[in-house]
Design a protein around this ligand. Structure first.
Ligand SMILES: [Zn+2]
Length: 86
């Protein structure tokens, strides 16, 4: 994990970021929402604010806030890091 990636993960809160694309609800220590990456009818995506990670239990997409930005904008990880850090 590079310094830039660490910085971006601090700068972009994962719950706040994913909330722009789907409604998240807190349940126990995780947030749950409908996955924006497949046609989700019930909340299949879990967000772990402590670890800064997300995972969809239906389509399997998972990662950190940088992966989320990369997937939602259809960029690769390297390009989205360049975009976000500028
Ligand atoms: Zn999904």
């Amino acid at each position: 994990m590079s310094d830039i990636e660490e910085k971006l993960k601090q700068q972009f809160d994962i719950v706040e970021t994913i909330s722009r694309y789907t409604t998240l609800k807190l349940k126990d220590s995780h947030y749950w929402g409908c996955c924006p990456f497949h046609k989700d009818l019930k909340p299949s995506m879990s967000v772990n604010p402590k670890q800064g990670t997300f995972k969809c239990f239906a389509c399997g997409v998972n990662g950190d806030v940088i992966t989320f930005f990369a997937n939602i904008t259809q960029q690769n990880r390297k390009d989205i890091i360049d975009i976000l850090s500028n």
